[in-house]
Design a binder for this molecule. Sequence first.
Ligand SMILES: *[C@@H]1O[C@H](CO)[C@@H](O)[C@H](O)[C@H]1NC(C)=O
Ligand SMILES: *[C@@H]1O[C@H](CO)[C@@H](O)[C@H](O)[C@H]1NC(C)=O
Ligand SMILES: *[C@@H]1O[C@H](CO)[C@@H](O)[C@H](O)[C@H]1NC(C)=O
Ligand SMILES: *[C@@H]1O[C@H](CO)[C@@H](O)[C@H](O)[C@H]1NC(C)=O
Length: 517
Amino acid sequence: MIRTRKLFLFAVFLALTDSQNLTPTDTPPTEQSLEENKFFPLPPTTPLPTNAVAAVDDDHDDQCTSDKTIIEKLLSNYKSFKTPSETGVIVWIEVWVQEVNSVNEITSDFDMDIYVTELWIDTALRYEHLNPCKYNLSLNSEILDQIWKPNTVFINSKSANIHKSPFKNVFLMIYPNGTVWVNYRVQVKGPCTMDFSAFPMDQQSCHLTLESFSYNNQEVDMQWMNWTTPLSLLKKEIVLPDFVMSNYSTSLKHEIYPAGVWNELTMTFVFSRRYGWYIFQAYIPTYLTIFISWISFCLGSKMIPARTMLGVNSLLALTFQFGNIMRNLPRVSYVKALDVWMLVCLTFVFCSLLELAIIGSMGARSENQAQKQKQLEEETTKQQKGRENSTCSHMMSPSSCPSSPRICRNHVPNDVPQSFKSYGSTDPRMRKRLMLTSNTAISHAPHENRAEKVLLLDGLEETQFSQVDTKYSSMVTIKMKKQWTTEEIDQMSMIMFPGLFTVFNIIYWTYYLTVNN
Ligand SMILES: *[C@@H]1O[C@H](CO)[C@@H](O)[C@H](O)[C@H]1NC(C)=O
Ligand SMILES: *[C@@H]1O[C@H](CO)[C@@H](O)[C@H](O)[C@H]1NC(C)=O
Ligand SMILES: *[C@@H]1O[C@H](CO)[C@@H](O)[C@H](O)[C@H]1NC(C)=O
Ligand SMILES: *[C@@H]1O[C@H](CO)[C@@H](O)[C@H](O)[C@H]1NC(C)=O
């Protein structure tokens, strides 16, 4: 009914075009195109195809068989559960990587879009003998559902979906010799084995494993396509914001299960982190913080509050930066490269604070000492006035003196200058001065006393500390410290800190930049 009506309309259309000097397109026009063609005239030179009407009825030659007939014939006796060959079928696999969407550290997985190609020979689908018009049949997923498939799955995927928009992204082609070519576009999420020990100079490897879920390798022998590269990228380079795909490879493993041996085809993708972000966000700021903490050494021992502020601020800045970067990583219990960096930097800042503490305490002590000395001097001048008439009743004897310098101390003769008498004080500077003054005193003293005084001083230097009054031991230790002035410590720190930091940098960067290559 419809066809006759169409033909009638076509005849009417021809009459119209003749009268209006218009010609239609090759295909028989519909009612709508008829209407349109009236208003959009085509070039008059185009001849009207004489077999246009015949083409509608007949879509094949007499010599060859049409696709439709071939498919109907092929599927009429087809059993989709029957394996193509009793001796096993080789399924060739090829994968094209379209895009890697993400690599997620927290969930330890990656997400990618890939094309999976499977190729096998199904003798039941041969149609060479049917004299086909075309030497390949392109079909859709409906036909795929009706034929045997090797049931390939991603055995380790977290999720895998064939893209369905706007229809199932499946390609099926059957060759006359029975070769079946199937291609899917799949979004798949696979696992990664994350190792952050070299973070942020790390590499992560991710795996996807393909195998036939239903058939062991006696029935389905899965192989990577060996006449081409089995895994290839559709893009020149796969670059994510924080990763770049640095290597990919394929491997085949025979896995033994209770039901037989399965061929597992594994794809391995290696992603190298692009650590530029960490250079700018972690390393350069910490360098600056460390350098700032060294400014403290130039400020001198008087500016303790300013130096404290510098040190503490550096410490806080480092801690904050560290926390900020670590927030987006899983809490692994081993040491990462960035942990090493941050902890060493924190230690450097901490040590500069310790140095400051030493400088501070030394400054405080010297101030104390200055005060004490003043008091002492005042006291001694008073004492000297008070003792003008008192004398030492027992002059020391040479035999008793070396063993007990304490006794000697209490019996210093009056003719020795006053500073000598007061050497029992804890003040090391007093002692030093005492040494000097006593020497001069000795030279002035009478001959018989001189030997005793030398003895006394020798005893003071050589006596065991345990036997001597604690005052002496404290005197000696203070004398040891006294070798370093605050300025000297600052100067030494100014060389030591940058020196050690440079050494640390050389070791750190050579180690972590070579560990992955
Ligand atoms: C499929 O057949 C057509 C001709 O019918 C040919 O041009 C095309 O290259 C063939 N495709 C493949 C993949 O063999
Ligand atoms: C089947 O035909 C295709 C296309 O002509 C060809 O590429 C393939 O090698 C053939 N396979 C066999 C087993 O002959
Ligand atoms: C591919 O592998 C098959 C057997 O697995 C072998 O017969 C064939 O020669 C290989 N082809 C190439 C190009 O290596
Ligand atoms: C890629 O990985 C393979 C296998 O692991 C290895 O042989 C090859 O050297 C790697 N290539 C690069 C550029 O790292």
